[in-house]
Write a protein that binds this ligand. Structure first.
Ligand SMILES: Nc1ncnc2c1ncn2[C@@H]1O[C@H](COP(=O)(O)OP(=O)(O)OP(=O)(O)O)[C@@H](O)[C@H]1O
Ligand SMILES: N[C@@H](CCO)C(=O)O
Length: 320
């Protein structure tokens, strides 16, 4: 079994994501340029020490139930690595929690990458983490692959499995250079688990057919024909079923769409994602009240990034 050495340290940066983009439920993801940064260090002192600043600092636990720690433990188990007895995390979070911007997937990807990178440091391996392993385990832990795949690879991602319990495969695409992703973030939070609990167990075949046509169009609109974004973001699988869970957000989506903007609920909500090609910020901002934040985070071309802060073998040393 692999061993982790006290003093080994890595820094991991992972972007936020928006999922679904309308009809791509549980399959399409878009990386967003809001980043969580975490320095993970193996320590001599047993136990977990966690410092958090930024988003969620007043809410997340500071013990082994912290999502990044739980994920690291699971990843070490998968990798056959003896877990560290002492771990120090220093987290700086930009991704808002419970707003449909993939914060839990960002934390999970951070944990899988940090666990692998610490193992690599201790073995003196300088390779980048295995992104296929990261993508698959993160999707398994999150329960759906759309957010985590975008956080792993950046850009626009399409993910699929051979069965509900099967491994995740992902194709990364480059969005059309003129496509911009504006994000409208309300003050209220909504947990993804709650938003998923109100989804119907069955849908009509005719609705599935309508939805699959738009999902195919979505890929074209996002990569080569942005003029079709409004039509391409209509869907029949999830937003109406969840309307009562985010009434104010659906009112914003309805109002923007009736004015020709390609607005959708971001992930499981309650944030609203607007896909646009021109500078409509002022126009779009007018549809939400002062309590909402309007973000233009950009779509990063890369996903998870890692830096080894120490160099391995028996004599760990800090890198410049
Ligand atoms: N950086 C983080 N560190 C620790 N825990 C986190 C972090 N980010 C998210 N979490 C945990 O995940 C919860 C939010 O997850 P949830 O799936 O409900 O929403 P989301 O991921 O922000 O939205 P969505 O999945 O709809 O995009 C937080 O309340 C917190 O418990
Ligand atoms: N596809 C997921 C995304 C959650 O961010 C859902 O809509 O429940």
């Amino acid at each position: 079994m692999g061993e982790l050495l006290a003093g080994s340290s890595v820094q991991v940066r992972v972007p936020a994501s928006s999922a679904n983009l309308g009809p791509g439920f549980d399959s399409v993801g878009l990386a967003l340029g809001l980043w969580d940064t975490c320095v993970a260090t193996i320590t001599d002192e047993p136990g977990v020490q966690i410092d958090v600043e930024g988003e969620g600092a007043d809410e997340v636990p500071r013990d082994a139930s912290h999502l990044v720690v739980r994920t690291m433990l699971r990843a070490w188990e998968e990798l056959g690595v003896q877990p560290a007895s002492g771990l120090h995390l220093q987290c700086r979070n930009e991704v808002p929690h419970g707003r449909g911007l993939g914060s839990s997937a960002t934390a999970i990807v951070t944990g899988v990458v940090a666990a692998q990178a610490l193992h690599d440091v201790c073995r003196g391996v300088t390779d980048q983490p295995d992104l296929t392993f990261t993508n698959d385990l993160a999707a398994q832990l999150e329960g759906h692959p759309d957010n985590s795949s975008a956080s792993v690879y950046g850009g626009l991602t399409l993910s699929w499995s051979d069965s509900p319990d099967g491994g995740t495969q992902t194709l990364r695409l480059q969005p059309h250079p003129e496509v911009r992703a504006l994000v409208l973030v309300p003050g209220a939070q909504l947990s993804t688990a709650k938003a998923r609990s109100v989804l119907p167990t069955h849908i009509r075949h005719g609705d599935a057919a309508l939805n699959s046509a738009r999902a195919a169009l979505l890929v074209q609109a996002m990569t080569s024909h942005p003029a079709y974004l409004l039509a391409a973001t209509r869907e029949w699988l999830h937003q109406e079923a969840r309307r009562e869970s985010f009434v104010a957000s659906m009112a914003v989506v309805d109002s923007l769409r009736s004015n020709g903007h390609a607005a959708v609920i971001s992930g499981a909500g309650p944030s609203v994602l607007v896909l646009t090609t021109r500078d409509h910020s002022a126009d779009i901002t007018a549809h939400v009240g002062d309590a909402w934040r309007v973000l233009d985070p950009g779509v990063p071309a890369t996903g998870a990034q890692v830096r080894h802060l120490t160099h391995g073998g028996d004599n760990l040393r800090r890198l410049d």
